[in-house]
Design a protein around this ligand. Structure first.
Ligand code: GLU
Length: 470
C-alpha cells in the first residue's frame, strides 16, 4: 500500500508554526515511506480565505523545502463534486433536508442548556412527509443513532465516542455550500489519503467524519492527532507569544533547516538526539513516535539550533541565505569579501543571519566616522606609532590572508615593545570604526587590502586632527 498524506490548511492567515509542524509531520510520514504528499487548500469559506494567505502558505512550504507531489488542490474548485456527493447521500437517505428555522434552533439550544444537556439537533426533520413551503433547507447527515465510533489514533490511542453524543451534522448550507466535516471526507476519500495527520483541535470532528466515511462506503484512513504547541506561559501558542508566519522566521534570520529541526522536536523525539538533518529525519521519523503531550515553544533552543546550522551547513548554502539578508538590509556585496568567508568568521558570533548581515556591513561599506567612544579610547596620539608601523608592513604584505596578517601584527607589537592590545585595538577602530569585531587578523582579511589600508590612513588623520586640536 502506498502511504498518502495531505496537509490541508485553510488560507485564512499565515502559515504559522503549528501549521508548519503539521505540514512537516505529513511530509515526513510520506517521505519516510516512499509515499505521496498532497497539498490541499481548504478555501470553501470564501469570505475568510484570501489569495494572500494562499500565497503565504505556498511561500512558506517552498522556503521550508516541503515539496508536494500533488496539488495545490483548491476545494473551491470542487464545489461540483461536493454537490454530487450531497445528492448521492440524499438519494440513499443518508442525508435529509432540514427546514428548521434559526429561531427554532436557537430556542432548542437555550432549552437544552437550561435542562443541563449538551446542545444538539433533535432530529425534527429526520422523517418529514412533505417539505414546508418558503424555507431554504440545509442538508443534514443522518448520523447513526445507536452504537459508537471507535478508532485507534496513532498518537492518542483508542478513542471511543457514543453515537448518541453526535447529532446530525449540516453538510450543505441553504445556499448549497458544503461544510468542513463533509468536504474533508469527500476529499480524503477521492484523494486516497491513507494517513490523516492534523492538530488535535480536530479530534472531536473525527468521529463525525468516520460516520460520513462509512455512509460513503469508503475505507477508513488512519488518524494521528498531534498535540498543541504552547507558549512559555502554558497557553496555546498565538500571536500574543510573538508566534508569526514562518516567512517571518526567514526575515528574522533563521535557516529553514534549523526551523525544521526545531519543529520536528516539538512532539517527536529519537532518544535524546537534538540535531537532525533532513535525511536523518526522513530515515528516523515515524508518526507513532509522536508524543501525546503538548510541547512548549522555546526561542532559546531555536536560536541554538540556528547557530548550529550556520556553523555546520556548507558555507555556500548559508551564504546563499545571507545574500538575501544583505539585500534586505540594502547592503551591496559587490567588491567585498566572499560571503562564504563572512559566514566562516561570523557564524559563531551571532544567532541569526539578520544579525550576521548587520554586523558585517562594515566589510562591504567601511564606515564614515568612528564611534566617538571607541575613538576617544583607542585613537589617541600613542596609537599613531603602531598604526604607522602597521600601514608600512601591511602595504608590503603580499599574501593577504589570516596567517600572514597575524604575523604582521605580532611583529609590529614586538618591534615597538608594546602589548598586542595596544596594536590590535587601535587597528580595530581604524578598520571598523568600532571597538568590536571578529579577531583582528580575520577582520583585516575580510576588510581586504584596500579598505584596510584606507581605514588606517583615515585613523591616522583622525589622530593628527586630534593632536592639532589640543
Ligand atoms: N483545514 C483545516 C485547518 O486548517 C484542517 C483540516 C484537516 O486537516 O482535516 O484546520
Amino acid at each position: 500500500m502506498t502511504i498518502r498524506t495531505r496537509f490541508a490548511p485553510s488560507p485564512t492567515g499565515f502559515l504559522h508554526v503549528g501549521g508548519a509542524r503539521t505540514a512537516l509531520f505529513c511530509w515526513l510520514q510520506a517521505r519516510a515511506n516512499q509515499g505521496v504528499f498532497v497539498l490541499r487548500i481548504e478555501d470553501t469559506d470564501l469570505q475568510r480565505s484570501t489569495p494572500e494567505s494562499v500565497q503565504a502558505i505556498l511561500d512558506g512550504m517552498q522556503w521550508l523545502g516541503l515539496d508536494y507531489d500533488e496539488g495545490p488542490i483548491f476545494q473551491s474548485e470542487r464545489f461540483g463534486r461536493y454537490a454530487e456527493v450531497v445528492q448521492q447521500l440524499l438519494a440513499a437517505d443518508q442525508a435529509y433536508h432540514c427546514y428548521c428555522s434559526k429561531e427554532r434552533l436557537q430556542a432548542l439550544r437555550e432549552q437544552q442548556m437550561k435542562d443541563g444537556i449538551k446542545p444538539r439537533y433533535d432530529g425534527k426533520c429526520r422523517a418529514l412527509d412533505s417539505a414546508p413551503e418558503g424555507f431554504e433547507p440545509v442538508v443534514r447527515f443522518r448520523n447513526p443513532q445507536t452504537g459508537k465510533v471507535v478508532f485507534d489514533d496513532l498518537v492518542r490511542g483508542r478513542i471511543s465516542i457514543s453515537n448518541d453524543e453526535l447529532d446530525d451534522l449540516i453538510i450543505a448550507r441553504p445556499d448549497g455550500s458544503p461544510t468542513y466535516n463533509f468536504t474533508v471526507v469527500v476529499d480524503d476519500l477521492d484523494m486516497g489519503i491513507t494517513h490523516i495527520i492534523r492538530g488535535d483541535d480536530h479530534i472531536n470532528n473525527t468521529p463525525r467524519q468516520i460516520n460520513i466515511y462509512r455512509a460513503l462506503g469508503g475505507e477508513l484512513p488512519v488518524f494521528a492527532h498531534v498535540p498543541m504547541i504552547l507558549g512559555t506561559d502554558g497557553a496555546r501558542l498565538s500571536k500574543r507569544h510573538g508566534a508569526v508566519g514562518v516567512m517571518q522566521y526567514r526575515d528574522d534570520g533563521y535557516l529553514a533547516p534549523a526551523l525544521l529541526n526545531y519543529l520536528v522536536r516539538l512532539g517527536w523525539s529519537h532518544g535524546d538526539q537534538e540535531v537532525f538533518s533532513m535525511d536523518e529525519m526522513v530515515a528516523l521519523f515515524d508518526i507513532r513516535d509522536v508524543n501525546r503531550k503538548a510541547s512548549t515553544f522555546n526561542t532559546g533552543k531555536l536560536d541554538w539550533l540556528n547557530q548550529h546550522y550556520m556553523k555546520n551547513l556548507p558555507a555556500r548554502e548559508v551564504a546563499a541565505q545571507l545574500a538575501w539578508h544583505f539585500s534586505d538590509q540594502g547592503i551591496s556585496t559587490a567588491g567585498g569579501p566572499a560571503l562564504e568567508a563572512v559566514v566562516g568568521v561570523q557564524a559563531e558570533r551571532v544567532k541569526t543571519l539578520k544579525e550576521m548581515a548587520a554586523q558585517s556591513r562594515v566589510f562591504f561599506e567601511g564606515y564614515d566616522s568612528p564611534d566617538p567612544n571607541a575613538a576617544r579610547k583607542h585613537l589617541r596620539p600613542v596609537a599613531a606609532g603602531p598604526l604607522q608601523a602597521l600601514l608600512k608592513n601591511l602595504q608590503a604584505l603580499e599574501d593577504w590572508s589570516p596567517g600572514p596578517l597575524h604575523a604582521v601584527i605580532d611583529r609590529v607589537a614586538a618591534e615597538l615593545e608594546v602589548g598586542m592590545g595596544k596594536v590590535a585595538q587601535p587597528l580595530r577602530v581604524a578598520l571598523t570604526g568600532t571597538g568590536v569585531s571578529p579577531s583582528i587578523d580575520k577582520t583585516l582579511w575580510l576588510m581586504g587590502r584596500q579598505r584596510s589600508l584606507a581605514g588606517i590612513e583615515k585613523a591616522l588623520k583622525f589622530i593628527e586632527a586630534r593632536i592639532a586640536a589640543q
